[in-house]
Design a protein around this ligand. Sequence first.
Ligand SMILES: *[C@@H]1O[C@H](CO)[C@@H](O)[C@H](O)[C@H]1NC(C)=O
Ligand SMILES: *[C@@H]1O[C@H](CO)[C@@H](O)[C@H](O)[C@H]1NC(C)=O
Ligand SMILES: *[C@@H]1O[C@H](CO)[C@@H](O)[C@H](O)[C@H]1NC(C)=O
Ligand SMILES: *[C@@H]1O[C@H](CO)[C@@H](O)[C@H](O)[C@H]1NC(C)=O
Ligand SMILES: *[C@@H]1O[C@H](CO)[C@@H](O)[C@H](O)[C@H]1NC(C)=O
Ligand SMILES: *[C@@H]1O[C@H](CO)[C@@H](O)[C@H](O)[C@H]1NC(C)=O
Ligand SMILES: *[C@@H]1O[C@H](CO)[C@@H](O)[C@H](O)[C@H]1NC(C)=O
Ligand SMILES: *[C@@H]1O[C@H](CO)[C@@H](O)[C@H](O)[C@H]1NC(C)=O
Length: 365
Amino acid sequence: MGFGLFLGLLSICAPSVANAASASVPGLEVAYSLERATQGISISGNGRKFLSQRYSTTAAPQIVELLDDNSTVLYPNAEWNSYNSSNPKSNPRTTFVNVDGARLGPDGRYWVVDGGATGINGSAKLVGVNLTTNAVDKLYYLDDTKASDRGLDDVRFSASGEIGYLSDIAGALIVLNLTSGHNVRVLTNSTTAEALFPIMYNGTLVPGSDGLGSVSTAGLDQIEVSPDGTYLYYQPCNGGMHRIKTSYVDAVLTNDTMAATLGDYAEPFALTPSTGGTTIDADGNIYASDTNMLAIWKITPAGHCSILFHSEKLLWTDLMWITADKKLWLPASQMRPGGDGLMATGPNYIFTYPIDAGPSPIDHV
Ligand SMILES: *[C@@H]1O[C@H](CO)[C@@H](O)[C@H](O)[C@H]1NC(C)=O
Ligand SMILES: *[C@@H]1O[C@H](CO)[C@@H](O)[C@H](O)[C@H]1NC(C)=O
Ligand SMILES: *[C@@H]1O[C@H](CO)[C@@H](O)[C@H](O)[C@H]1NC(C)=O
Ligand SMILES: *[C@@H]1O[C@H](CO)[C@@H](O)[C@H](O)[C@H]1NC(C)=O
Ligand SMILES: *[C@@H]1O[C@H](CO)[C@@H](O)[C@H](O)[C@H]1NC(C)=O
Ligand SMILES: *[C@@H]1O[C@H](CO)[C@@H](O)[C@H](O)[C@H]1NC(C)=O
Ligand SMILES: *[C@@H]1O[C@H](CO)[C@@H](O)[C@H](O)[C@H]1NC(C)=O
Ligand SMILES: *[C@@H]1O[C@H](CO)[C@@H](O)[C@H](O)[C@H]1NC(C)=O
């Protein structure tokens, strides 16, 4: 997820997270130690690794490919990662303005959600990169669809691959026909998409940016689609997961009545906690990163919740990934949210943890 972040000086001493790397949870292993805070990881079928690196007090969000020698290179290229708001020549339509969710899709493309910036047309978009050509070959501008004041967050796809579902943290779902580009913003009036409670982090409410006593909230944020394509799961960042049949969701593209009443079809699914990110496996189990208790939850397709493991190392674990060798990949971004200027200091670990299933075929390549 990525709610509004506020840059400021980190004047406090960062807690000793480095020591945490040696704390033991059986099966939890450090796969990478990175200089830049890493929000998300995606791994292609042939092992290419892509990182979204968002949480920094000083550097702009960026997308990189992690190469075999462990160096990183801007992806798909330097130009897409070159946006500079102070430079009038910088084109928000052809650069990443505010990278948020980023992931490989079932079609093999690497999809980047540009959350956009208020008042900058062309900044809010879904960008598809072809891994063969390493060039952007899909582009959907969503500035006119999203709320004016808050950003787009993440994306998932329908079983057919034709529909994209995007979260809008103002508290809405955007349903996008990838063939035609037609899109509709729904659930805007549904409490299921709304932040009814602030986000929690490491035992406390996350402070907001509106001065002392304010708190941070984010509406519809995490989304997953069941491996059989039947259900769309979603929750606001503070948790409380609902699901809706995708047949109803997809119908909003062509049925205005359904678009206006989609929330009526939402079923409560699980009382999930404040979450940095979720992912889903081939058996339909959802994994949710609990940013409050620093744990990973497992939620079965029947809605049964359990805590898989807990570790102080899981500081703001965000966009997770599952590989065919049945590993859950966990980027612990070290983000310390709060209006007084958070933020990630190193080391930034990506962990792996063994699970019982591989990736969902309609979610991962
Ligand atoms: C890259 O990092 C991984 C994980 O730390 C390590 O196992 C591997 O040896 C490193 N590769 C190189 C070429 O340094
Ligand atoms: C952004 O653009 C401004 C104005 O052209 C320039 O002064 C500044 O150095 C640029 N920043 C970066 C990081 O390139
Ligand atoms: C933003 O750009 C789109 C094209 O992507 C255009 O249709 C729309 O009118 C523009 N909106 C504003 C407010 O300029
Ligand atoms: C990517 O580009 C290659 C070469 O042009 C093309 O064959 C392939 O179909 C493209 N991939 C997708 C997912 O469209
Ligand atoms: C998506 O758009 C294509 C092209 O206009 C159309 O054929 C298809 O039926 C649409 N799909 C949905 C689910 O609306
Ligand atoms: C998390 O909370 C505990 C208990 O208050 C505190 O000791 C620790 O420093 C906190 N960690 C971070 C990264 O804020
Ligand atoms: C549109 O959706 C409404 C509400 O779910 C439903 O009653 C109606 O039958 C749908 N119309 C069509 C043409 O499918
Ligand atoms: C949702 O609520 C807003 C104001 O709260 C109202 O303007 C709008 O018509 C409502 N939309 C639907 C689809 O009910």
